[in-house]
Ligand binder design. Structure first.
Ligand SMILES: N[C@@H](CCC(=O)N[C@@H](CS)C(=O)NCC(=O)O)C(=O)O
Length: 239
């Protein structure tokens, strides 16, 4: 017998990495739901009723009870479906949670590049911080292989959301973010080919992200605004 769920509505945004992680968990468990994407530049007044921070994702249960914070929503959805996205062993499971926090750190550093790094020096510093996390990841792959041999786990989903934006960063900054981290490069390529990972964003994701970033004020934004949006096959996470 299938699991009984409340009625779910996911309030999201077309490009948001946090929303993508929730959408991947929903895809993994084939959870039936409604989806409404909002514009961050022009948020609906009702959003505040569900998210005091006025952020997405919001998961609405039975139209009334909101859950916010991607990690909390994903863990809730995983728990009600038997917690298959984490290792059974509790210590290993806690270790996966640590890796997920590091993925969130990459997301927040990426947001620094998009919104707050206003010159080349700030960008270099931020890329260096991202590189420190990728170096730890690369060592982990060298020593212990992937997080899960077959299929996706929650760690995979969290990093897939971070890696997906890399081709646009690489293109805009003319820097290979994976240089020296070949295990992570290979993992990222495998993740981004996965059907669940691929299908939670529009096919035009990279072009839309290019425009989204280019309309901000950061150094990366200014560089992207001077570059043409490449055709999809030309975009890669490598130079
Ligand atoms: N800690 C939150 C972060 C979510 C977040 O930062 N969402 C962004 C979109 S990707 C947002 O709603 N930003 C509001 C804004 O840009 O005004 C989570 O994990 O869900």
């Amino acid at each position: 017998m299938g699991v009984e769920h409340p009625h779910f509505k996911l309030i999201g945004h077309r490009l948001c990495p946090y929303v993508q992680r929730v959408a991947m968990v929903m895809g993994h468990y084939a959870i039936d739901h409604e989806r409404e994407d909002i514009r961050l530049e022009d948020k609906p007044a009702w959003l505040e009723k569900f998210s005091s921070e006025r952020q997405v994702p919001v998961l609405l249960l039975d139209q009334t009870r909101p859950l916010t914070e991607a990690a909390v929503i994903c863990d809730y959805l995983d728990r009600i479906n038997g917690r298959a996205l984490y290792p059974v062993d509790l210590i290993e499971s806690a270790e996966h949670s640590i890796w997920i926090l590091r993925a969130e750190r990459i997301l927040s550093l990426t947001a620094d590049l998009v919104y707050r790094a206003h010159n080349e020096h700030d960008c270099d510093l931020t890329l260096h911080r991202i590189g420190l996390i990728l170096a730890i990841l690369n060592k982990k792959f060298e020593a212990a292989g992937p997080f899960r041999e077959v299929g996706l786990c929650m760690v995979d989903m969290a990093y897939a959301t971070a890696f997906r934006a890399f081709p646009v960063l690489v293109y805009g900054l003319n820097r290979d973010l994976f240089a020296g981290f070949e295990h992570v490069r290979g993992w990222s390529e495998r993740l981004l080919k996965n059907d669940i990972v691929r299908t939670v964003v529009p096919q035009t994701y990279h072009g839309e992200l290019h425009h989204f970033i280019a309309s901000r004020q950061s150094y990366l934004a200014k560089r992207l605004s001077m570059l043409p949006v490449p055709q999809k096959p030309a975009l890669s996470a490598s130079l």
